[in-house]
Write a protein that binds this ligand. Structure first.
Ligand code: FAD
Ligand code: UDP
Length: 390
């Protein structure tokens, strides 16, 4: 096959990493082609309105959050924001609990009103101190002690990763805040919001503001590299796949999602459970840490994505062993996986005229704001490199 044309940048992946890079590079005058093997924009942050009228996130809940004003300022060129109250619950021992662990959770545990000082005294008596926690179990035991660790973290983590928390970096369970006041927000970052009309609309505006960028959906890397001669490649897919898995596949964790929609009448019958007429459950997310429940969480996006349709949709999330036919949703944050990645990272560093950015190409458990920052930095580096070597 002869190439379709010649471009400056061939960008593989139309998620945050690829589209941010394309926007920056095209506005600096470079010709870019973006391809994605999927049939839609946005990578794992893709969202859409489903048949019940609810804006759903098809690849798991995507809560935008950041401590970086620079990232907010950049993305605000393409979207307004909807204040998001990311409040969730945990369901275990036949009841809903306030989660992440906070003073309300402690009161639910002891069964009577308490103060921050009471909770701190209790924690001091139960914590198992670790000066430098080596894994997620040591970290959580040192923060909340065995009872809360077993109730909320151990079973959930085993299900999610099929690894014990002691085989995972402290940063895994460390993602979830623990507080001794009544702040029960799931996330700790200063800015917590969702794009007003959703992530997909934000990405479409980003593309509209990217002069001359060509987008080709349903096209994979092997086809793309034959179709477009390029000066430089930006690859945002799995780094081991790029190198033909020559050192073996890196470990990933995958997920399976089950969607279920409800009419207004069906929701009315659930009002006593959800405590909120028109909703199926009491919060956007309910976590299920118990080992005998196969899913880890149930999402009901209607709580946060507005506008409010009459019906609702829930999505049950089931962790899944990864095979090459599954989506590689999570790199595994553990020492053995990082060691395996290092061999690919060395190959990536030596690859000429090729950048590896994003969660899969750098094999890091990165959030959306972090990959945005990475794409902005790489685009700046490439603009300076290719502008001076025109
Ligand atoms: P991706 O979004 O994965 O995009 C990569 C794209 O490359 C994909 O569309 C893929 O189809 C395409 N691709 C891969 N290989 C090829 C190939 N060979 N040929 C063509 N195309 C290819 N972050 C948050 O900030 N907040 C959250 O609440 C949050 N929740 C999450 C929940 C889940 C279940 C998951 C899995 C992730 C979550 N994230 C969250 C992380 C967020 O999804 C990522 O940080 C972000 O989407 C990464 O963007 P990316 O462009 O690097 O990768
Ligand atoms: N976690 C847990 N219990 C919970 C929620 C989270 O043990 O109720 C642990 C689990 O190991 C999980 C990690 O904390 O993988 C990070 O949780 P988060 O909700 O941030 O995961 P993500 O949204 O990235 O899947």
């Amino acid at each position: 096959m002869s190439p379709d044309s010649s471009v400056d940048f061939l960008i593989v992946g139309a998620g945050f990493s690829g589209l941010v890079a394309a926007e920056r590079l095209s506005n600096a005058g470079f010709r870019c082609v973006v391809v994605d093997q999927r049939e839609h924009l946005g990578g794992n942050a893709h969202d859409r309105i489903d048949a019940a009228g609810v804006r759903v996130h098809d690849y798991g809940p995507h809560y935008f959050r950041t401590n970086s004003p620079r990232i907010v300022e950049y993305l605000s060129k393409f979207t307004g924001w909807l204040d998001a109250d990311y409040k969730i619950k945990s369901f275990t021992d036949d009841r809903y609990w306030s989660f992440p662990v906070n003073l309300n959770t402690f009161e639910e545990l002891v069964g009577h009103p308490a103060t921050t000082a009471d909770f701190e005294t209790w924690l001091s008596a139960h914590r198992i101190p670790a000066e430098h926690p080596r894994n997620s179990e040591e970290l959580m035991l040192s923060i909340v002690g065995p009872e809360l660790y077993r109730k909320f973290y151990e079973g959930y983590t085993l299900k999610q990763w099929r690894r014990h928390p002691r085989e995972l970096d402290p940063s895994v369970c460390g993602r979830v805040p623990v507080r001794t006041n009544r702040d029960d927000r799931y996330l700790a970052e200063e800015f917590q919001a969702l794009p007003k009309e959703g992530f997909t609309a934000m990405f479409q505006r980003m593309l509209d503001a990217s002069p001359g960028v060509e987008l080709h959906l349903g096209v994979d890397f092997e086809e793309a590299r034959r179709r477009w001669h390029h000066r430089h490649l930006i690859f945002t897919g799995p780094v081991d796949q790029y190198f033909g898995r020559r050192f073996g596949a890196l470990p990933y964790r995958s997920l399976r999602f089950e969607h279920e929609s409800f009419t207004r009448e069906q929701l009315a019958a659930r009002a006593a459970v959800s405590g909120k007429p028109g909703f199926w459950q009491p919060a956007v997310q309910v976590n299920y840490p118990a080992a005998d429940v196969p899913h880890t969480r149930i999402l009901e996006f209607k709580h946060i994505t507005g506008p409010l349709p009459e019906g609702s949709t829930i999505i049950r999330e089931f962790p899944k062993d990864w095979t090459p036919d599954d989506e590689p949703f999570y790199p595994v944050p553990a020492a053995d996986a990082k060691a395996a990645y290092r061999r690919y990272a060395e190959l990536a560093a030596a690859e000429e005229n090729t950048s590896f950015i994003g969660r899969l190409a750098t094999y890091r458990y990165y959030n959306m704001d972090q990959v945005t920052g990475m794409a902005l930095a790489e685009a700046e580096r490439l603009i300076s490199r290719y502008s001076t070597h025109a």
